[in-house]
Write a protein of this length. Structure first.
Length: 263
């Protein structure tokens, strides 16, 4: 079953930072949604995240959902998910090239989460510690795994989740776009249920907003209002970072949606 999509996003500098190193973007016609959280300080992080978002969107605007010549599919996932993987590799190359051409931003990088939608299914991609959540029937499920130092320790049984949440090292990531010659995104395929909501967000939101609050916001009719509610909640909880959220709602499309070509 195909689904009609609604989307809204918002980014905020937050309460502490002097500049916003987060960026987001989406293309409803192509069903592509991206959030990036840059690193490298000052203009470097801001530039890296902008290049990351722009590169992913441009990949789809340039090639659609077709695999370019010479691009090999990623193992174990759909063509759709492989496309996301190649888009992230394109972003990785673009960020590295920008750093090589400008020594003042050399070494910059970015987290990246992205969703590609096709009909009633979608694929997700993740590099770093930005997150994607699924909100379904008032229940919130985290779909991505953080590529962070503390979560690696949790997965190895060397630290509890509670210890990780209190750690001063929780913002240290072990994988990013642009910092290495080769990037390995996590990729997965999923299917929509009616009225599912996806939340793509930076850690300035995910580290401070409880899942119950996320579920409440996702029930609001206006996704724009929901974004504002989530950002305000992160601020009230003391977020010390930039805050970005991108919400995508899937509704079973009617015959009029299909007749007029609405997603």
């Amino acid at each position: 079953m195909s689904h009609a999509l609604q989307a809204a996003g918002r980014t905020d500098i937050g309460l502490v930072r002097k500049n916003n190193e987060d960026n987001f973007g989406f293309d409803l016609d192509r069903g592509i949604f991206v959030v990036c959280d840059g690193m490298g300080g000052q203009q470097a992080g801001e530039l890296a995240s902008k290049i990351g978002v722009d590169s992913v969107l441009e990949y789809y605007r340039r090639s659609g959902d077709e695999t370019s010549p010479g691009e090999q599919p990623f193992a174990g996932v759909s063509r759709r998910a492989s496309g996301l993987g190649h888009a992230i590799q394109s972003a990785n190359a673009a960020i590295r090239a920008a750093g090589e051409n400008n020594p003042t931003v050399a070494g910059m990088g970015s987290t990246l989460v992205a969703v590609a939608v096709e009909g009633g299914a979608y694929s997700i991609a993740n590099v770093g510690d930005s997150r994607i959540y699924l909100i379904r029937n008032h229940h919130v499920a985290q779909l991505t795994e953080d590529h962070s130092l503390v979560m690696e320790q949790v997965r190895r049984g060397l630290m509890t989740l509670e210890e990780a949440e209190r750690s001063k090292m929780q913002n240290v990531i072990v994988r990013a776009v642009g910092t290495e010659e080769i990037v390995e995104p996590d990729l997965a395929d999923r299917e929509f249920g009616s009225n599912d909501v996806l939340l793509l967000c930076s850690d300035g939101l995910s580290r401070y907003v409880k899942e119950e609050r996320i579920a409440e916001a996702a029930e609001l009719e206006s996704l724009e209002e929901a974004c504002g509610v989530l950002i305000d909640a992160a601020k009230k909880a003391g977020s010390d970072d930039n805050i970005t959220c991108l919400l995508v709602r899937a509704q079973a499309s009617s015959w009029t949606d299909r007749l007029f070509g609405r997603r």
